[in-house]
Design a protein around this ligand. Structure first.
Ligand SMILES: [Zn+2]
Length: 257
């Protein structure tokens, strides 16, 4: 069993991501920011200069061209969203973009192929309750969203997202705590004790709307006490270290009680 790793993702490229970046830097936490060029849902996105600034410190990945749910698009438009999103972001940053994140976690198997063909090295999903990466770089799972989801949502997601053998134990641990922040802390403490990948993701806008900045600040302050710098990774570092060139799913982390 590998010692605990902290991985962090921020989705949607909202201008508040600059505040998120400052918070992450304060605690020395690496992260990947997944950014569309425009947001078809009407939210603002980071300016090109802010993105370039951010990319000096964190990994920037693509979140399609316009934050479109791939499963709602025809093949031609899905491919355009994937390839043009990568091209536009690379033009802005002046360097290769290797990571992708499926908007809304909505995709089908054919979209994984498109992402690979477009030249991405990995793609992150919104599948939660995972402490392993199972060496599936085009369907990289997560552990939890930093969001006060009620237990009913956790259970609904558990049922809908499959991979139950990897996720049941995590769900059981979480359901023992009534408050979402206690659930987060309990699972983190468990990961520190037993090993695994604790992959947290969030939207900066959610933290602003729900007044959660201080809660994240406190959580990170506690978390970095247990996870040294070399085990605080962005998504690309995670994939490079644990997934690359290992097609055997059984070579990934397994949860041991
Ligand atoms: Zn999104």
């Amino acid at each position: 069993m590998t010692a605990a790793v902290l991985c962090f993702s921020v989705d949607d490229g909202h201008p508040l991501d600059m505040r998120m970046a400052n918070l992450l830097m304060k605690h020395g936490v690496q992260a990947s920011f997944f950014v569309p060029s425009r947001n078809s849902e009407g939210q603002p996105v980071l300016s090109p200069s802010a993105l370039r600034d951010l990319s000096g410190k964190f990994e920037i990945g693509s979140h399609t061209l316009e934050h479109r749910y791939l499963n709602r698009l025809d093949m031609h438009e899905a491919l355009r969203q994937i390839t043009e999103g990568k091209r536009a972001l690379q033009d802005t940053l002046g360097k290769p973009v290797q990571g992708f994140c499926y908007p809304g976690g909505k995709y089908r198997a054919i979209h994984c192929g498109m992402v690979q063909a477009a030249g991405f090295r990995y793609a992150r999903t919104t599948q939660n309750l995972r402490l392993d990466v199972e060496c599936s770089p085009l369907e990289l799972p997560t552990t939890l969203q930093f969001y006060p989801h009620p237990r009913t949502v956790l259970i609904r997601n558990f049922i809908a997202q499959g991979h139950w053998h990897h996720r049941l134990q995590t769900l059981e641990l979480l359901l023992e705590e009534p408050h979402w922040l206690d659930r987060l802390r309990r699972l983190f403490a468990w990961t520190v004790r037993h090993g695994g990948i604790f992959h947290l993701w969030c939207h900066s806008l959610d933290l602003e709307r729900l007044g959660l900045w201080q809660a994240l600040d406190r959580f990170l302050e506690e978390a970095v006490e247990w996870i040294p710098c070399e085990r605080r990774l962005n998504n690309l570092q995670l994939v490079t270290r644990y997934c690359n060139g290992i097609p055997d799913a059984n070579a990934g982390f397994q949860i041991i009680r």
